[in-house]
Design a protein around this ligand. Structure first.
Ligand code: PLP
Length: 381
């Protein structure tokens, strides 16, 4: 990455780990065989996928046969929710703060969307009220991508097993990988979605874990790869790099949580000094890597523009594919006023973030808000 750039947008995507890049390179050159073939060259590629699957299974604490490689986190969520509804019928349920990869599937299926509390965590009473024998799919994210709130999946799982015993419980764990040991989450759910580019792997590789014995209607039909659960020629290099990134993320997690916690404390102290800065959720309920503020009287769009000029990459966490700002459905569901959400700022850290990044970001954000306010003051004279 350019030395000048302060990259605080790890929740959007992470830089690839150099070891993952190295692991991927041979598959872009000499090891190019299609792993579905029958010759020795194909078998070699197939073996690389099998080894990658074993690594993933080890990090999740699941069986290798429960690991399905997909094209992205969105596809993993779609397969888990739409695939279950198409196979079993019934009603889909999710929280109002889910990523659109989940929310759109549940809404498309005419499902039930459950309110969240002021931290953006699913409201357990509201969940209880919508669970019944009709419900066949429940999706609750492990960590929210905008504000970093961690879900109490133990409580969710207990409720779902008791009140909707035929439901498949899915968790979108895309934002959890860097911060939470996935072995603690997997026993609580039936399916889990991951995305490689959120933990130092390449873009275009997702993982869906499906508990043995659970079947779903595949969303991508064709050659029958991944034991008929996800067709399409494997992205061999991408899968190998993903496994390496996941292995390293798992190994480093404990130390990284501590290291990033220290940076988070410094970041929060610095931003809190800015007039009108309000922390959206506390450190007690959120992962260390995602820090979210609402800056009263500041437009996110103007702030991000000035930060971009200062070589600081940050986010309002609510941009759509076109890059245009959309109001955040997460902040709205938490009951935050539109006046405050207009000044949303997400700063997300990860494996490349340093103390100097944090110091430079604080100074750039302070300068930018000062500039915006001085223009506002001049206009109001
Ligand atoms: N779920 C969550 C919580 C995410 O943050 C994202 C990406 O922003 C996705 C799903 C989608 O993942 P992908 O970009 O791999 O499609």
């Amino acid at each position: 990455m350019s030395l000048d750039l302060v990259y605080l947008d790890h929740a959007a995507t992470t830089p690839m780990r150099p070891e993952a890049v190295q692991a991927m390179l041979p598959f872009l050159t000499e090891v190019f065989a299609n792993p579905s073939g029958s010759h020795r060259f194909a078998r070699q590629a197939r073996q690389c996928i099998d080894e990658a699957r074993d690594v993933v299974a080890d990090v999740i604490g699941c069986k290798p046969g429960e690991v399905i490689f997909t094209g992205c986190g969105t596809e993993s969520d779609n397969s888990a929710i739409t695939g279950i509804i198409r196979r079993r019928g019934g009603v889909a349920v999710c929280s109002a703060a889910e990523h659109h990869a989940v929310l759109n599937c549940v809404e498309h299926a005419g499902g039930r969307v459950v309110a969240v509390d002021s931290n953006g965590a699913i409201d357990l009473r509201a969940l209880e009220a919508v669970l019944d024998a009709e419900v066949s799919s429940v999706s609750v994210m492990a960590v929210n991508n905008e504000i970093g709130t961690v879900t109490d999946l133990v409580a969710v799982s207990r409720l779902v097993r008791k009140l909707a015993p035929r439901a498949v419980l899915h968790t979108d764990a895309v934002q959890a990988v860097c911060w939470i040991d996935l072995r603690t989450l997997w026993p609580l759910v039936d399916t889990m979605a991951l995305s490689a580019h959120k933990f130092g792997g390449p873009k275009g590789v997702g993982i869906l874990i499906v508990r043995e014995g659970i079947t779903f209607e595949p969303t991508v039909l064709g050659g029958g790869q991944e034991r008929d659960r996800r067709s399409g020629t494997h992205n061999v290099g991408g899968i190998v790099a993903t496994a390496e990134a996941l292995r390293l993320t798992d190994l480093a997690r404990k130390d990284e949580v501590q290291r990033i916690n220290v940076l988070r404390t410094a970041l929060i102290a610095g931003i809190s000094r800015i007039e009108g800065a309000q922390r959206t959720v506390s450190s007690e309920v959120s992962v260390p890597g995602i820090v979210h503020f609402c800056l009263q009287g500041i437009e996110s769009e103007s702030l991000l523009y000035l930060l971009d000029e200062a070589m600081v990459c940050a986010s309002a966490a609510s941009a759509c594919a076109s890059g245009a700002m959309e109001p955040s459905h997460v902040l709205a569901a938490m009951g935050i006023s539109s006046e405050l959400t207009a000044g949303a700022l997400r700063l997300s850290m990860g494996h490349t973030t340093t103390h100097s990044d944090v110091t430079r970001a604080i100074s750039a954000i302070t300068d930018a808000t000062d500039r915006i306010r001085s223009v506002q003051n001049r206009r109001s004279l």
